[in-house]
Design a protein around this ligand. Sequence first.
Ligand SMILES: CC(C)(COP(=O)(O)OP(=O)(O)OC[C@H]1O[C@@H](n2cnc3c(N)ncnc32)[C@H](O)[C@@H]1OP(=O)(O)O)[C@@H](O)C(=O)NCCC(=O)NCCS
Length: 146
Amino acid sequence: MEVSPTEAPMDLLLEADPSREKIEGYLPRSRCFVATLDGAPAGVYVVLETAPAEYELMNIAVAPHLQGKGIGTTLLRHAIATVRELGARRLEVGTGTFGHQLAYYQREGFRVSRVDRDFFLENYPEPIYENGIQHKDMLRLVLEYR
Ligand SMILES: CC(C)(COP(=O)(O)OP(=O)(O)OC[C@H]1O[C@@H](n2cnc3c(N)ncnc32)[C@H](O)[C@@H]1OP(=O)(O)O)[C@@H](O)C(=O)NCCC(=O)NCCS
């Protein structure tokens, strides 16, 4: 269900984007959707219209203890459908250049569009590690609606 940006579950948003400052920057301009389980937030996604008919998936996350059960895929499909209904031509997402997220997005039709070299080095004060590897570059993925 859609919630107002002020009701967004910040702890979940921080799972996908470690910068609270960045989240607080885009959240008020975005639309936020939350999935709940037994009354508690299980997953969240945030979309922002960046140009007419062009949207960006700013954040998508599932509570750590519920990951790997299909909730993330259901949320991503919901995000794709929501943005389609809003009349989008394209949906873009920025992610790291390695990790399971790449298959997760590409399975739903996202294609690689470009690399933002040094993005994580230049935009985050703390180094970001996953599986012991430092994230340096951002991969931009795009889903084109037809
Ligand atoms: C990315 C994320 C939203 C996926 O949600 P999820 O509920 O775990 O997704 P699903 O259960 O639908 O699984 C999707 C695929 O990712 C894989 N996967 C999920 N979590 C994984 C993990 N921690 N390690 C390895 N693979 C994982 C699943 O196995 C599945 O692939 P498969 O079908 O080939 O097995 C979730 O892992 C998450 O919140 N991660 C932290 C935040 C984040 O990285 N967000 C994306 C920012 S770009």
